[in-house]
Design a protein around this ligand. Structure first.
Ligand code: NAD
Length: 314
């Protein structure tokens, strides 16, 4: 059995706990949250396993094979670094850290530790985004003319993720929280990218995260990438990752829905290839057992952070 420790039991920590529980080769051995009531409640739900408010104490007292770090971004570096010091396999939430320097130091530490170092970028395991990638690789849009990421939110933070950190400039905002998923996809599918021009707007509150971004990036062959983000606007949430080619258009809408069309045609829904659906937890188990696995590692987390920080700073 792979013994898992979870640090950070908020919205996302709880979500992945279910994934660990469902895997026959995994066992959640301990949980930790700085909110004691949350740590105790989760431990009780998991059958009375040990709970901690201090992650160092958990790392000292429990024998663990894998630790999942799901605390807010500004704590990723300190917590993940302590996990790596113990030489334990690690799954870290995105973004890898809260600055390029922190991300670089975690990458180096992870490589030196010789452990499995994985990031939770779920798009790499879901049918919609994997079908998008497959269609791009099959040249379904022809020669690429532009990639575009649209992130429009009527309200930020979103109603389901109301917390102070995600609303803050210090460690939140949608460029960090949502944009980084697509920066990673952009780099994985289309290769390296450089930032050419960024305009970020912030509300009056100096602590608050951005309410608009307009950025131009460039792929290595010169293809432009346009990022168009807005919040506090009318209408519905819309997240669209679109490839425009000289033969057609393909979009991944709202994380999972594919639409597209050839030149001269309408944009219509497309089928996703459900057989491409994969599981992060299954792949973690394989990687820990030394088998071939799809892992988005800290190197990919670092590459995404380099672009993210240029966009956030404006
Ligand atoms: N991969 C995804 O799709 C996805 C989706 C949402 C959030 N996230 C990421 O997951 C992380 C957590 O987000 P969330 O929405 O669950 O946040 P959250 O605020 O709901 O939960 C964070 C939890 O961590 C606890 N915590 C804070 N500092 C701690 C510390 N030092 N030690 C132990 N516990 C601590 C808090 O008490 C809280 O319970 C963030 O990095 C976020 O970017 C990823």
């Amino acid at each position: 059995m792979i013994k898992v420790g979870v640090i950070g039991l908020g919205a996302i920590g709880q979500r992945l706990i279910r994934g660990f529980q469902e895997h026959p080769e995994m066992e959640i051995a301990a949980v930790c949250d700085s909110l004691q009531t949350r740590a105790k409640e989760t431990a009780a739900e998991l059958g009375g396993i040990p709970s901690y408010v201090d992650h160092q104490e958990m790392l000292e007292k429990t024998e663990l094979d894998l630790v999942y770090v799901a605390v807010p971004p500004k704590f990723h570096h300190a917590v993940a670094s302590d996990v790596l010091t113990k030489g334990i396999h690690i799954l870290c939430e995105k973004p890898l850290a809260n600055s390029v320097e922190e991300a670089e130091s975690l990458l180096k530490q992870a490589q030196d530790a010789g452990v499995v170092h994985a990031m939770n970028f779920p798009l790499n395991y879901s049918a919609g985004s994997k079908t998008f990638e497959k269609l791009i690789k099959e040249n379904s849009v022809g020669k690429l003319r532009r990639v575009q990421l649209k992130m429009h939110f009527p309200q930020w933070p979103r109603p389901w993720q109301q917390n102070a950190w995600v609303a803050s400039k210090e460690q939140g905002g949608y460029v960090l929280e949502v944009g980084v998923h697509f920066i990673q996809q952009l780099q994985k599918i289309f290769g390296s990218v450089t930032v050419k021009d960024v305009q970020v707007q912030f509300p009056e509150d100096p602590q608050a995260s951005e309410n608009a971004i307009l950025a131009i990036l460039e792929l290595s062959d010169g293809t432009p990438v346009l990022i168009d983000g807005m919040s506090q606007i009318a209408g519905k949430e819309e997240i669209a990752f679109t490839a425009y080619g000289d033969e057609g258009t393909l979009s991944l809408l709202n994380w999972g829905q594919l639409v597209g069309g050839k030149l001269g045609e309408e944009i219509l829904p497309l089928n996703t290839d459900e057989s491409l659906t994969d599981s992060l937890v299954d792949n973690l188990v394989k990687a820990i057992k030394g088998e071939e696995a799809t892992i988005i590692n800290f190197a990919a987390g670092y590459e995404a952070q380099v672009i993210l920080e240029q966009l956030r700073k404006g």
